[in-house]
Design a protein around this ligand. Structure first.
Ligand SMILES: Cc1cc2nc3c(=O)[nH]c(=O)nc-3n(C[C@H](O)[C@H](O)[C@H](O)COP(=O)(O)OP(=O)(O)OC[C@H]3O[C@@H](n4cnc5c(N)ncnc54)[C@H](O)[C@@H]3O)c2cc1C
Length: 523
């Protein structure tokens, strides 16, 4: 390592995290020499196809035009996640990316809706989603707000609210083939920006007298020197764990699933199945994802091995997708060896990004967001060409807070269930370790109307309300809150306008399939 200056960065690993890091760093730090070494023998994880709305920040930073990268990467749009059978069998709820708007009120529209719900004749809780969000009704019709004329990756609409106005913001995310996405980043961004790709296995790591990594030796006999090393070696965590021995803080007492079975299924009816949202359906010992990309459906069963053997899990999964439909299709079994995170993901001159840094289960599609944030924060931290202990400590605090918050958020999808129909669901309901941070919040929810945990980095109050509504865990005290009549009228009027706008938009909105067909070839 040269006198503290970062002139050479070596990335180990060529999965989605490796190439996302290479592409991002090569754009953010054009004067730094970047080498990426990846094994041709150690496969990438091969899943990870759904993103969240923040991800458009990554593609925008790299000036990636949707018309260029989406057709090549089988990209489709995602406006929400639909959760089936989580609270109780036969019930579903939504988590759209759209935020609940505040319209001249200390309460957001969702809170006004809930107040009315509590005090009026009880409607179905599930109508909350369609009533308060533009995107949910459109999702149900397989339509998207994106049109050939729309620009940017947030749709905005303005409604009148008692002498002022309220802005509705509808962002979106993507589904894509993760392997093709990594390939695109390599060929179109990383390599043209000067990233050197070496295909070889790292077999030895050399450290200096302070424990910093000096260089890596490869099977092919190359020694790669660097000032900073980015560990993107997936669950192997070659540098952060095997070399530096950073302790791993497991979340497996809180999040139980630890295995997955992945499968790619051809469409039966592409137009019908090209949903602009991810679907998750709770099964006997976990849940199944359904992610339509343009050429196929990506699906998989994430389950807990304490309650289900791989063979039984595969049988249940195939029954769920359809025995006939999955006949002859090969599944891939994945061991989710670590649920949790390394205590510090930046240690000495090594930063772990991607699965090597830690993993929460994929229920809220957060991993690629963590990759984006991990590399963006890293680039920001070393922009001036060096780093110090304060920068490293701040980075580590931020990553830990972000992942702990996401862990808590994912946990509420489970622990508030009413299901007790299998040993897994009974264990989820009664044996889950609730982190203190979440216990405090859930207690507050029972006492007062929740507004999302204060200062959350990623999942804000809209997101929390969507899940808490779906899991029927909202306090009733809002019904008694004194709100001036004029304010109430204005808010209810906004909700009415939202419905009128949704109906109007629905008439002009394109089917997801049709829009994608215009961008490129669809199955
Ligand atoms: C079941 C499941 C579902 C998921 N779904 C989602 C989702 O919907 N959305 C989402 O955001 N994320 C999801 N993820 C997470 C997502 O798959 C990963 O975050 C993403 O693919 C990044 O993986 P990676 O690059 O860190 O690791 P990997 O893909 O495992 O890549 C590791 C790389 O390191 C290389 N390597 C390892 N050891 C060496 C060595 N000694 N020398 C050289 N190279 C080496 C390998 O060859 C490979 O290139 C999911 C994960 C799982 C397990």
């Amino acid at each position: 390592m040269n006198s503290g200056r970062i002139e050479k960065i070596v990335i180990v690993g060529g999965g989605t995290a490796g190439w996302m890091s290479a592409a991002f760093l090569s754009k953010a730090l054009p004067n730094v020499k970047i080498t990426l070494v990846e094994s041709s023998d150690i496969p990438t994880i091969g899943v990870g196809e759904a993103t969240i709305a923040t991800f458009t920040g990554f593609t925008s930073f790299l000036n990636m035009k949707e018309s260029e990268w989406m057709p090549v990467c089988n990209g489709s749009y995602k406006y929400a996640i639909r959760f089936n059978d989580w609270y109780a069998k036969g019930q579903h709820y939504w988590h759209p990316f759209e935020a609940l708007a505040y319209a001249r009120s200390q309460l957001h529209l969702g809170q006004h809706w809930y107040r009315k719900f509590l005090s009026g004749p009880r409607t179905d809780r599930q109508s909350f989603y369609k009533d308060c969000f533009l995107s949910v009704g459109l999702c149900e019709e397989n339509k998207i707000l994106k049109s050939p004329a729309s620009e940017g990756n947030v749709h905005t609409y303005t409604l009148a609210a008692g002498g002022t106005s309220v802005e509705l913001r509808v962002p979106y995310a993507y589904h894509f083939d993760a392997g093709l996405f990594g390939e695109f980043l390599k060929i179109k961004i990383g390599k043209p920006n000067g990233v050197i790709q070496i295909i070889d296995d790292v077999t030895n790591v050399n450290r200096d007298e302070h424990g910093f990594i000096k260089s890596l030796d490869t099977k092919g006999g190359i020694t790669l020197e660097g000032d900073l090393f980015v560990d993107c070696t997936g669950f192997r965590a070659l540098l952060i764990d095997k070399t530096l021995g950073e302790p791993f803080d497991s979340y497996s007492d809180t999040l139980f699933v630890d295995r997955a079975i992945a499968l790619r299924v051809p469409f039966n009816d592409v137009r019908m199945e090209m949903h602009p949202y991810t679907t998750t359906t709770a099964l006997s010992a976990g849940w199944v994802w359904n992610i339509p990309v343009t050429k196929r459906v990506g699906t998989g069963y994430v389950y807990c091995s304490r309650f289900l053997e791989p063979g039984a899990a595969e049988a249940e999964f195939r029954r769920h997708v359809g025995e006939e439909r999955t006949k002859g299709l090969e599944t891939r079994h994945i061991n989710i060896s670590k649920v949790g995170k390394y205590r510090n993901t930046w240690v000495k001159n090594c930063v772990a990004i991607g699965l090597s840094s830690g993993f929460l289960e994929p229920l809220e599609s957060t991993s690629l967001h963590f990759v984006f944030v991990g590399v963006a924060k890293l680039a920001e931290a070393i922009l001036e060409g060096h780093f110090n202990n304060a920068v490293v400590a701040s980075y580590n605090r931020f990553i830990t807070q972000m992942m702990e918050e996401a862990r808590d958020f994912i946990a509420i999808h489970y622990v508030l269930t009413t299901r007790e129909d299998t040993p897994f669901w009974r264990a989820v309901k009664y044996d889950t370790k609730i982190p203190d941070s979440l216990a405090d919040y859930l207690m507050k929810c029972k006492q007062a109307f929740p507004n999302g945990p204060a200062n959350n980095i990623l999942f804000k109050e809209s997101s929390w309300m969507c899940i808490l509504m779906g899991m029927n865990y909202l306090a009733g005290e809002l019904a008694y809150m004194n709100i001036p009549r004029q304010e109430l009228e204005a808010q209810l009027n906004v909700l009415k306008q939202l419905q009128t706008l949704r109906q109007k938009l629905s008439v002009g909105a394109m089917q997801h399939y049709d829009y994608l067909s215009q961008l490129g070839e669809v199955a």
